[in-house]
Ligand binder design. Sequence first.
Ligand SMILES: [Zn+2]
Length: 88
Amino acid sequence: MPEAEIPEPSPRDRTTLLRLHARQCRFVVSDDGPAALFCGAPTRPESSWCPWHRRLVYMRAPTQGAKAGRGFVLPDYGSAKDRRKDAK
Ligand SMILES: [Zn+2]
């Protein structure tokens, strides 16, 4: 039996670090310094991530030479904004 489809967590579950509870996914969906947003979707008791991000993390996680602090995989939300200088 193939793995059941895992629904993508709702953006409405997203929350900040201060509001993040023990059973909420701590996957960073928007790394914006103090205002960083976490997934916040419900997790299983033994997991730090919701099923969706747990699968993502485990897929991305290297099996060798894993370094501490490199567990998060940040999606590219266009962090490099094109700011034009107002030069004449
Ligand atoms: Zn999640």
